[in-house]
Ligand binder design. Sequence first.
Ligand code: XIL
Length: 371
Amino acid sequence: MRMTRRRFTQSAAAVGAMCASPLARAAAPAGSLGALAREKGILFGTAMSAAQISDDAYVELVRRECDVIVAENEHKWYVIRADRAAWNFAPADALADFAKNNSIAMRGHTLLWHHPRWLPDWVNALDFKSAAEAETMLGEYIGKVAGRYAPLIHSWDVVNETIDDETGKLRETSFSRAMGADVIEFCFHKAREAAPGARLAYNDYMSWEQGSAKHRAGVLKLLERLKKNDAPIDALGVQSHSNYDMPDEFTPAKRREWRRFMDEVVGMGLEVYLTEFDVNDTRMTPDIAIRDQIIASYTKDYLDLMFSYPQVKELLAWGLVDKYSWLQTFLPRTDGVEKRPTLFDSSYAKKPIYDAVAAAIRAAPLRGPGM
Ligand code: XIL
Protein backbone atom coordinates (compact mmCIF):
# COMPACT_ATOMS: atom_id res chain seq x y z
CA MET A 1 0.00 0.00 0.00
CA ARG A 2 1.32 3.44 -0.84
CA MET A 3 1.57 5.44 2.33
CA THR A 4 -0.13 8.81 2.04
CA ARG A 5 1.75 11.78 3.37
CA ARG A 6 -0.81 12.29 6.12
CA ARG A 7 -0.68 8.67 7.29
CA PHE A 8 3.11 8.79 7.21
CA THR A 9 3.21 11.99 9.20
CA GLN A 10 0.88 10.48 11.78
CA SER A 11 3.07 7.40 12.19
CA ALA A 12 6.17 9.61 12.32
CA ALA A 13 4.45 11.62 15.06
CA ALA A 14 3.81 8.39 16.98
CA VAL A 15 7.52 7.53 16.79
CA GLY A 16 8.17 11.11 17.81
CA ALA A 17 6.33 10.61 21.04
CA MET A 18 8.81 7.86 21.90
CA CYS A 19 12.09 9.53 21.10
CA ALA A 20 13.41 13.05 21.01
CA SER A 21 15.48 12.67 17.82
CA PRO A 22 14.73 15.16 15.03
CA LEU A 23 14.33 12.08 12.80
CA ALA A 24 11.05 11.55 14.60
CA ARG A 25 9.55 14.52 12.76
CA ALA A 26 10.61 12.95 9.47
CA ALA A 27 8.15 13.35 6.66
CA ALA A 28 9.72 12.54 3.29
CA PRO A 29 7.85 9.60 1.67
CA ALA A 30 9.22 6.11 0.95
CA GLY A 31 11.81 6.00 -1.83
CA SER A 32 12.90 9.60 -1.28
CA LEU A 33 16.41 10.58 -0.18
CA GLY A 34 14.93 11.62 3.17
CA ALA A 35 13.42 8.18 3.72
CA LEU A 36 16.54 6.33 2.54
CA ALA A 37 18.69 8.40 4.85
CA ARG A 38 16.34 7.96 7.77
CA GLU A 39 16.76 4.17 7.51
CA LYS A 40 20.48 4.72 8.11
CA GLY A 41 20.07 7.14 10.99
CA ILE A 42 20.96 10.10 8.77
CA LEU A 43 18.87 13.24 8.41
CA PHE A 44 18.71 14.48 4.79
CA GLY A 45 17.53 17.87 3.61
CA THR A 46 18.32 21.17 1.99
CA ALA A 47 18.86 24.87 2.42
CA MET A 48 15.86 26.91 1.39
CA SER A 49 14.99 30.58 1.13
CA ALA A 50 11.75 32.21 2.24
CA ALA A 51 11.15 33.27 -1.37
CA GLN A 52 11.13 29.61 -2.44
CA ILE A 53 8.02 28.98 -0.36
CA SER A 54 6.06 30.52 -3.23
CA ASP A 55 7.75 28.32 -5.87
CA ASP A 56 5.33 25.37 -5.97
CA ALA A 57 7.69 23.12 -7.90
CA TYR A 58 10.49 23.77 -5.40
CA VAL A 59 8.17 23.13 -2.47
CA GLU A 60 7.13 19.87 -4.10
CA LEU A 61 10.78 18.76 -4.28
CA VAL A 62 11.44 19.72 -0.67
CA ARG A 63 8.31 17.92 0.52
CA ARG A 64 9.18 14.86 -1.53
CA GLU A 65 12.87 14.52 -0.65
CA CYS A 66 13.62 16.25 2.64
CA ASP A 67 13.32 15.58 6.34
CA VAL A 68 15.08 18.81 7.30
CA ILE A 69 15.54 22.36 5.99
CA VAL A 70 17.89 25.16 6.92
CA ALA A 71 17.42 28.84 6.09
CA GLU A 72 19.87 29.87 3.37
CA ASN A 73 20.17 33.43 4.74
CA GLU A 74 17.15 34.19 6.92
CA HIS A 75 18.76 33.49 10.30
CA LYS A 76 21.82 35.62 9.62
CA TRP A 77 22.54 39.02 11.16
CA TYR A 78 22.33 40.67 7.73
CA VAL A 79 18.67 39.65 7.49
CA ILE A 80 17.49 39.68 11.12
CA ARG A 81 19.39 42.80 12.12
CA ALA A 82 20.42 44.58 8.94
CA ASP A 83 19.60 47.76 10.87
CA ARG A 84 20.41 48.25 14.49
CA ALA A 85 16.95 49.63 15.20
CA ALA A 86 14.84 46.93 13.55
CA TRP A 87 14.57 43.21 14.16
CA ASN A 88 13.31 41.38 11.07
CA PHE A 89 12.06 37.92 11.94
CA ALA A 90 9.42 37.64 9.19
CA PRO A 91 11.48 35.65 6.62
CA ALA A 92 12.81 33.20 9.23
CA ASP A 93 9.34 32.84 10.75
CA ALA A 94 7.94 31.98 7.31
CA LEU A 95 10.49 29.17 6.95
CA ALA A 96 9.84 27.95 10.49
CA ASP A 97 6.09 27.82 9.75
CA PHE A 98 6.79 25.99 6.50
CA ALA A 99 8.84 23.40 8.39
CA LYS A 100 6.18 22.95 11.07
CA ASN A 101 3.28 22.75 8.63
CA ASN A 102 5.06 20.07 6.64
CA SER A 103 6.45 18.09 9.59
CA ILE A 104 9.97 18.84 8.41
CA ALA A 105 12.77 19.38 10.94
CA MET A 106 14.85 22.57 10.92
CA ARG A 107 18.53 23.32 11.47
CA GLY A 108 19.70 26.79 12.43
CA HIS A 109 22.40 28.66 10.48
CA THR A 110 23.98 30.73 12.02
CA LEU A 111 24.00 32.71 15.28
CA LEU A 112 27.31 34.40 14.52
CA TRP A 113 29.00 34.38 11.11
CA HIS A 114 32.20 35.59 12.70
CA HIS A 115 33.56 37.16 9.53
CA PRO A 116 33.43 40.93 8.93
CA ARG A 117 32.50 40.48 5.27
CA TRP A 118 29.19 38.96 6.34
CA LEU A 119 28.29 41.22 9.25
CA PRO A 120 26.24 44.39 8.69
CA ASP A 121 28.33 47.58 8.35
CA TRP A 122 26.87 48.99 11.54
CA VAL A 123 28.18 45.95 13.47
CA ASN A 124 31.64 46.28 11.91
CA ALA A 125 31.67 49.95 12.90
CA LEU A 126 30.96 49.28 16.58
CA ASP A 127 33.66 50.30 19.01
CA PHE A 128 32.73 48.70 22.31
CA LYS A 129 34.05 50.38 25.42
CA SER A 130 34.37 47.06 27.26
CA ALA A 131 33.99 43.30 26.81
CA ALA A 132 30.81 43.49 28.89
CA GLU A 133 29.24 45.92 26.41
CA ALA A 134 29.96 43.54 23.52
CA GLU A 135 28.62 40.60 25.52
CA THR A 136 25.37 42.45 26.14
CA MET A 137 24.74 43.01 22.44
CA LEU A 138 25.79 39.52 21.35
CA GLY A 139 23.97 37.84 24.23
CA GLU A 140 20.78 39.71 23.42
CA TYR A 141 20.93 38.62 19.77
CA ILE A 142 21.65 34.95 20.53
CA GLY A 143 19.06 34.85 23.31
CA LYS A 144 16.34 36.32 21.10
CA VAL A 145 17.09 34.29 17.97
CA ALA A 146 17.90 30.89 19.49
CA GLY A 147 15.11 31.36 22.05
CA ARG A 148 12.50 32.24 19.43
CA TYR A 149 13.05 29.03 17.45
CA ALA A 150 13.41 26.65 20.42
CA PRO A 151 12.44 23.84 20.48
CA LEU A 152 11.83 23.68 16.70
CA ILE A 153 15.48 23.96 15.77
CA HIS A 154 17.23 20.75 16.82
CA SER A 155 20.73 21.90 15.87
CA TRP A 156 22.42 25.27 15.47
CA ASP A 157 25.54 26.37 13.67
CA VAL A 158 26.43 28.59 16.61
CA VAL A 159 29.51 30.11 15.01
CA ASN A 160 30.34 30.05 11.30
CA GLU A 161 33.72 30.47 9.58
CA THR A 162 35.75 32.14 12.32
CA ILE A 163 39.00 30.59 11.06
CA ASP A 164 40.79 32.52 8.32
CA ASP A 165 41.56 30.00 5.57
CA GLU A 166 44.88 31.67 4.69
CA THR A 167 46.37 31.97 8.16
CA GLY A 168 44.50 29.37 10.23
CA LYS A 169 43.95 32.13 12.84
CA LEU A 170 40.75 33.55 14.31
CA ARG A 171 39.15 36.28 12.22
CA GLU A 172 38.74 39.67 13.85
CA THR A 173 35.40 41.46 14.27
CA SER A 174 34.14 44.27 16.48
CA PHE A 175 33.12 41.56 18.95
CA SER A 176 36.53 39.87 19.12
CA ARG A 177 38.24 43.27 19.39
CA ALA A 178 36.32 43.79 22.63
CA MET A 179 36.04 40.21 23.94
CA GLY A 180 39.14 38.52 22.56
CA ALA A 181 39.00 34.88 21.44
CA ASP A 182 36.52 34.18 24.28
CA VAL A 183 33.79 35.48 21.99
CA ILE A 184 33.48 31.95 20.59
CA GLU A 185 33.00 30.24 23.96
CA PHE A 186 30.56 32.99 24.91
CA CYS A 187 28.36 32.22 21.87
CA PHE A 188 28.21 28.51 22.70
CA HIS A 189 27.22 29.17 26.33
CA LYS A 190 24.53 31.65 25.30
CA ALA A 191 23.16 29.26 22.67
CA ARG A 192 22.93 26.43 25.21
CA GLU A 193 21.13 28.72 27.63
CA ALA A 194 18.59 29.90 25.02
CA ALA A 195 18.09 26.56 23.24
CA PRO A 196 18.94 23.87 25.78
CA GLY A 197 17.61 21.04 23.60
CA ALA A 198 19.63 21.89 20.48
CA ARG A 199 22.84 20.21 19.30
CA LEU A 200 25.45 22.93 18.98
CA ALA A 201 27.92 22.99 16.10
CA TYR A 202 30.90 24.98 14.88
CA ASN A 203 30.56 25.25 11.07
CA ASP A 204 33.29 25.94 8.50
CA TYR A 205 34.49 25.19 4.97
CA MET A 206 37.86 23.52 5.65
CA SER A 207 38.05 20.67 3.19
CA TRP A 208 40.15 18.07 1.40
CA GLU A 209 41.21 20.67 -1.15
CA GLN A 210 44.72 21.77 -1.94
CA GLY A 211 45.54 24.85 0.13
CA SER A 212 43.18 23.92 2.97
CA ALA A 213 45.88 22.54 5.33
CA LYS A 214 46.18 25.75 7.43
CA HIS A 215 42.42 26.03 7.56
CA ARG A 216 42.06 22.44 8.79
CA ALA A 217 44.81 22.94 11.39
CA GLY A 218 43.20 26.17 12.62
CA VAL A 219 39.82 24.52 12.99
CA LEU A 220 41.31 21.58 14.92
CA LYS A 221 43.07 24.01 17.24
CA LEU A 222 39.83 25.87 17.84
CA LEU A 223 37.87 22.66 18.52
CA GLU A 224 40.55 21.46 20.95
CA ARG A 225 40.39 24.77 22.77
CA LEU A 226 36.59 24.70 22.97
CA LYS A 227 36.65 21.17 24.38
CA LYS A 228 39.39 22.07 26.87
CA ASN A 229 37.40 25.09 28.03
CA ASP A 230 34.24 22.99 28.42
CA ALA A 231 32.29 24.98 25.86
CA PRO A 232 29.00 23.20 25.13
CA ILE A 233 29.86 22.04 21.60
CA ASP A 234 28.39 18.82 20.20
CA ALA A 235 29.42 18.81 16.56
CA LEU A 236 31.50 20.11 13.70
CA GLY A 237 29.58 21.27 10.64
CA VAL A 238 31.60 20.39 7.54
CA GLN A 239 30.12 22.67 4.91
CA SER A 240 31.17 20.32 2.08
CA HIS A 241 31.33 22.88 -0.69
CA SER A 242 34.15 22.05 -3.03
CA ASN A 243 35.31 25.57 -3.67
CA TYR A 244 38.59 25.75 -5.54
CA ASP A 245 39.53 22.20 -6.56
CA MET A 246 37.49 20.51 -9.23
CA PRO A 247 35.70 17.21 -8.47
CA ASP A 248 38.20 15.12 -10.45
CA GLU A 249 40.98 16.40 -8.16
CA PHE A 250 39.85 14.34 -5.13
CA THR A 251 43.00 12.23 -5.28
CA PRO A 252 43.96 9.34 -2.97
CA ALA A 253 46.57 11.57 -1.26
CA LYS A 254 43.96 14.26 -0.53
CA ARG A 255 41.52 11.63 0.73
CA ARG A 256 44.18 10.40 3.17
CA GLU A 257 44.81 13.94 4.45
CA TRP A 258 41.10 14.52 4.83
CA ARG A 259 40.65 11.27 6.78
CA ARG A 260 43.41 12.38 9.13
CA PHE A 261 41.41 15.55 9.81
CA MET A 262 38.16 13.63 10.31
CA ASP A 263 39.89 11.14 12.64
CA GLU A 264 41.02 14.04 14.84
CA VAL A 265 37.53 15.54 14.91
CA VAL A 266 35.71 12.36 15.87
CA GLY A 267 38.54 11.59 18.30
CA MET A 268 37.39 14.64 20.26
CA GLY A 269 33.97 13.01 20.71
CA LEU A 270 32.20 15.33 18.28
CA GLU A 271 29.39 14.50 15.87
CA VAL A 272 29.77 15.71 12.29
CA TYR A 273 27.09 17.26 10.08
CA LEU A 274 27.53 17.81 6.34
CA THR A 275 25.80 21.15 6.29
CA GLU A 276 26.11 22.75 2.85
CA PHE A 277 26.83 20.11 0.21
CA ASP A 278 27.21 21.11 -3.43
CA VAL A 279 29.83 20.61 -6.15
CA ASN A 280 31.57 23.51 -7.82
CA ASP A 281 32.24 23.06 -11.56
CA THR A 282 33.84 26.44 -12.35
CA ARG A 283 36.75 24.98 -14.33
CA MET A 284 35.13 21.86 -15.78
CA THR A 285 34.30 21.11 -19.39
CA PRO A 286 31.02 22.71 -20.53
CA ASP A 287 29.92 19.28 -21.86
CA ILE A 288 26.93 18.47 -19.66
CA ALA A 289 27.08 14.68 -19.85
CA ILE A 290 30.78 14.54 -18.96
CA ARG A 291 30.44 17.20 -16.26
CA ASP A 292 27.47 15.44 -14.63
CA GLN A 293 29.28 12.12 -14.66
CA ILE A 294 32.42 13.51 -12.98
CA ILE A 295 30.34 15.42 -10.41
CA ALA A 296 28.37 12.24 -9.63
CA SER A 297 31.45 10.11 -9.30
CA TYR A 298 33.10 12.60 -6.92
CA THR A 299 29.87 12.82 -4.90
CA LYS A 300 29.76 9.06 -4.35
CA ASP A 301 33.44 8.98 -3.33
CA TYR A 302 33.15 11.96 -1.00
CA LEU A 303 29.97 10.76 0.69
CA ASP A 304 31.27 7.17 0.99
CA LEU A 305 34.26 8.53 2.86
CA MET A 306 32.15 10.76 5.08
CA PHE A 307 29.47 8.16 5.83
CA SER A 308 32.16 5.65 6.81
CA TYR A 309 32.22 7.72 10.03
CA PRO A 310 29.16 6.80 12.13
CA GLN A 311 29.44 10.25 13.72
CA VAL A 312 28.12 11.79 10.47
CA LYS A 313 24.43 12.27 11.22
CA GLU A 314 23.12 14.86 8.79
CA LEU A 315 23.47 15.73 5.12
CA LEU A 316 22.08 19.01 3.84
CA ALA A 317 22.36 20.08 0.23
CA TRP A 318 22.99 23.82 -0.21
CA GLY A 319 19.90 24.16 -2.40
CA LEU A 320 18.28 21.57 -4.64
CA VAL A 321 17.96 23.28 -8.04
CA ASP A 322 20.86 24.59 -10.16
CA LYS A 323 19.35 27.92 -11.16
CA TYR A 324 19.04 28.96 -7.51
CA SER A 325 22.54 27.88 -6.48
CA TRP A 326 24.72 30.58 -4.89
CA LEU A 327 27.57 29.13 -6.98
CA GLN A 328 26.08 30.67 -10.13
CA THR A 329 27.51 33.98 -8.91
CA PHE A 330 30.25 32.86 -6.47
CA LEU A 331 33.39 31.78 -8.40
CA PRO A 332 31.47 31.97 -11.71
CA ARG A 333 32.53 30.22 -14.91
CA THR A 334 34.35 32.34 -17.48
CA ASP A 335 32.38 30.83 -20.39
CA GLY A 336 29.02 31.93 -18.97
CA VAL A 337 27.67 28.35 -19.10
CA GLU A 338 25.21 27.53 -16.30
CA LYS A 339 26.80 25.65 -13.40
CA ARG A 340 25.41 22.27 -12.29
CA PRO A 341 26.24 22.06 -8.53
CA THR A 342 22.97 20.68 -7.13
CA LEU A 343 20.86 17.52 -7.36
CA PHE A 344 18.26 18.86 -9.82
CA ASP A 345 18.70 20.87 -13.01
CA SER A 346 16.98 24.17 -13.63
CA SER A 347 13.85 22.43 -14.94
CA TYR A 348 13.71 20.45 -11.68
CA ALA A 349 14.83 17.16 -13.28
CA LYS A 350 17.04 14.72 -11.35
CA LYS A 351 20.67 14.53 -12.43
CA PRO A 352 23.30 11.78 -11.98
CA ILE A 353 24.45 13.50 -8.77
CA TYR A 354 21.03 12.65 -7.27
CA ASP A 355 21.61 8.94 -7.95
CA ALA A 356 25.11 9.24 -6.50
CA VAL A 357 23.73 10.67 -3.25
CA ALA A 358 21.12 7.89 -3.13
CA ALA A 359 23.77 5.23 -3.77
CA ALA A 360 26.05 6.62 -1.04
CA ILE A 361 23.19 6.68 1.45
CA ARG A 362 22.21 3.10 0.53
CA ALA A 363 25.82 2.00 1.05
CA ALA A 364 26.20 3.86 4.35
CA PRO A 365 26.53 1.78 7.51
CA LEU A 366 23.66 2.16 9.95
CA ARG A 367 24.31 4.67 12.73
CA GLY A 368 22.58 5.32 16.03
CA PRO A 369 20.59 8.44 16.90
CA GLY A 370 22.34 11.56 18.25
CA MET A 371 24.90 10.89 20.99
C1 XIL B 1 25.50 32.01 1.08
C2 XIL B 1 24.12 32.09 0.45
O1 XIL B 1 23.89 30.90 -0.27
C3 XIL B 1 24.03 33.29 -0.46
O2 XIL B 1 22.69 33.47 -0.89
C4 XIL B 1 24.50 34.56 0.27
O3 XIL B 1 24.57 35.61 -0.63
C5 XIL B 1 25.86 34.37 0.92
O4 XIL B 1 25.82 33.23 1.74
N1 XIL B 1 29.03 29.36 3.53
C6 XIL B 1 27.98 29.56 4.39
C7 XIL B 1 26.66 29.96 3.85
O5 XIL B 1 28.11 29.32 5.59
O6 XIL B 1 25.94 30.74 4.75
C8 XIL B 1 26.82 30.69 2.55
O7 XIL B 1 25.53 30.97 2.02
C9 XIL B 1 27.65 29.87 1.58
C10 XIL B 1 29.03 29.65 2.13
